[in-house]
Design a protein around this ligand. Structure first.
Ligand SMILES: [Zn+2]
Ligand SMILES: [Zn+2]
Length: 248
């Protein structure tokens, strides 16, 4: 079995938590986090990191076995191609998925993610418990893992997407003067880009996960060298409502 995916994601998570603890600003910032937010984020990470992969490996996988009984391992594609599908094609699907979550109909299910008030890797998976069911990753990743004869390339793309998701929510910014910034900022969504998505004034921008091209293409890209001064929306939802039923 391909075990490298959870290892890559876990190492990225531990690395970013380690950086947060050793960085004075990030450490000070995290002290202002409320107990409710700690709990919300801990539950979110457990769901995203443990329960959703379990659900994918069981119920969703069984569903595809039931729907397409003769197609397990049916797709024989090269690992480079499946890596690209995972990193680019699924990224485009996610872009529209995320925009849909910002529509009138679905916003309330997504709003809990927007209550994070600081860039903080622990807040990456803050969500209502069942929001993942409405996210394309759950369904499409499992479908590809079911259909592909060799899912190595696809899984590498999934690992990279998850690692970038964690990084995008952290405060580990790359400085503008750094060569790496000049290399990746034209095409990759950076933490500073995603910070604007979490800004409480102009959050209808930067919906992308991995690549900037989708926001640029659909004119939702917001570029700024500054960080927003405040993050997070305010809601009147109680803790229980945030977890189970985010409708006010
Ligand atoms: Zn959003
Ligand atoms: Zn976010």
């Amino acid at each position: 079995m391909q075990n490298f995916a959870p290892i890559i994601i876990f190492i990225t998570f531990i690395g970013l938590v380690g950086w947060t603890i050793t960085n004075q600003f990030a450490r000070t910032q995290i002290k202002f986090k409320s107990r409710e937010d700690w709990l919300l984020d801990g539950i979110g990470l457990t769901i995203q990191g443990i329960l959703i992969p379990l659900l994918q490996a069981t119920l969703v996988y069984w569903l595809y076995q039931y729907l397409f009984p003769n197609h397990q391992g049916y797709l024989k594609l090269s690992p480079i191609l499946t890596f690209m599908i995972s990193l680019i094609v699924v990224d485009y699907l996610y872009y529209w998925n995320h925009r849909l979550l910002h529509s009138k109909l679905f916003w309330q299910v997504h709003q809990v993610h927007h209550t994070v008030t600081q860039m903080d890797v622990l807040g990456t998976s803050r969500n209502t418990l069942w929001t993942s069911l409405l996210i394309v990753y759950l369904w499409i990743h499992t479908l590809f893992l079911y259909l592909l004869a060799d899912p190595t390339g696809y899984l590498l793309g999934v690992s990279l997407t998850s690692a970038l998701d964690l990084w995008r929510h952290s405060r580990l910014m790359i400085s503008e003067n750094n060569w790496l910034y000049r290399f990746i900022s034209p095409w990759l969504i950076l933490p500073q880009d995603h910070a604007w998505h979490h800004c409480n004034e102009i959050y209808h921008c930067n919906y992308g996960a991995n690549l900037k091209i989708w926001d640029r293409l659909h004119e939702t890209y917001y570029a700024s060298k500054e960080l927003p001064s405040t993050l997070g929306i305010t809601t009147s939802l109680t803790f229980i409502q945030k977890l189970f039923f985010p409708f006010s």
